[in-house]
Ligand binder design. Sequence first.
Ligand SMILES: Cc1cc2nc3c(=O)[nH]c(=O)nc-3n(C[C@H](O)[C@H](O)[C@H](O)COP(=O)(O)OP(=O)(O)OC[C@H]3O[C@@H](n4cnc5c(N)ncnc54)[C@H](O)[C@@H]3O)c2cc1C
Length: 289
Amino acid sequence: MIYDAAIIGTGPAGLSAALTLKANSKQFLWIGSRCLSDKVAKAEKISNYPGFSNVSGEELNAAFRKQVEDSGIQIVEQMVNSIMPMGSSYAIMAGSEFYQAQTVILATGIASNGTLPGEQEKVGRGVSYCATCDGMLYKGKTIAVICNNARFEHEVKYLAELAKTVYYFAGYKGICNLPANVRIMEEKASGVLGDQRVSAVALRSGSTIAVDGVFCLRDSVSLATLLPNVATEKNHIAVDRAMVTNLPGCFAAGDCTGRPYQYAKAVGEGNVAAHSVIEYLAEKEKRGV
Ligand SMILES: Cc1cc2nc3c(=O)[nH]c(=O)nc-3n(C[C@H](O)[C@H](O)[C@H](O)COP(=O)(O)OP(=O)(O)OC[C@H]3O[C@@H](n4cnc5c(N)ncnc54)[C@H](O)[C@@H]3O)c2cc1C
C-alpha cells in the first residue's frame, strides 16, 4: 500500500499534523512513540499553551494521548532509520519494516544527543541504528550499545541474547535489570574508531574498547542519516511558510525547523504542513501523476 502521507514523530507537531490529515480523510502512517513526546511529559509547568493556565507536562501529554485515543488514530511504535526519495513517493525504513508514502512530514524534534565522531562514516560498516535488522550479524561477538532512552531497553536485551559481550553506554538514569553479559559503562563514549569497519569505541579518558559493532539507540536520528538530501540552515530543516522543504512532497514542522522551541509553534507548523500535504496531493492528482 502507498500511503498519502507518513508523519515521522509523535510530539505536538506530529500530533497536530495527524489530527488535520485525519479530519481530511487522508490515508496516513504515523510513526514514533505511543508515549508521544518526552519533551512534553518532562516539562515541570507549562503556562504558555493556549487553553491551559498552569499545567504539568505529564497532564498535557495525557490530554494529547486521550485525544489520540478518541480520534482512533494508530501510532506505529518504531524509529525511522532512513527515508529515501523514490521519484513520486518516499520509501520509509523503520526497524525491519518498509513503508511507502506519497508525502512525508518530518516532525522529529531536535536531536537531544548528537552523533559521535566517526559514527556517521561507519554506518553500514559496523554502526547500526536497528537492533532487529542487524542484531544477527553480531551473534557471539562483542558490541557497544549507546542508548539515550529506557524505552529501548528491550532492544538491548535482544542484542544481549545474541552477542557475547555488550558494553552499555546509557545516557539516562534508572537502568533496569539487564542480562549478565551487559557491562554497564560509567564512562562516556567519545568516538567510533576503525579504518574500513568499526574496530573500537573511544572513551573520554583516552582509552579504547575493542568491539565488532556499535548500536546507537536514540530517540532521534541525525538528519544526515535520516534523509541526506534535505536542505538545512543552521542545523535545522530549511522550510518556507508552507513548511515545504527543498524535496518535492517533503514537509517539516516543529522544533526540527528551528526556534522558538515551543509547543504552540510546533502545533501550528504541524497543522500548516498537513494542509500543504493536502494541497500537494490535490495538485498531483490534477496533473495525473
Ligand atoms: C523540560 C522541557 C520543558 C519545556 N517546557 C516548555 C514550555 O513550558 N512551553 C513550551 O512552549 N515549550 C516547552 N518546551 C519545548 C517543547 O517541548 C518543544 O518545543 C516541543 O515538544 C516540540 O515539539 P515537536 O513535535 O517539534 O518535537 P518533540 O516534542 O521533540 O517530538 C518529536 C518526537 O519525534 C520522535 N522522533 C524523532 N526522530 C524520530 C524517528 N527517526 N522516528 C520516529 N520518531 C522519531 C521523538 O522520539 C519524539 O517523540 C520544553 C522542553 C523541555 C525539554
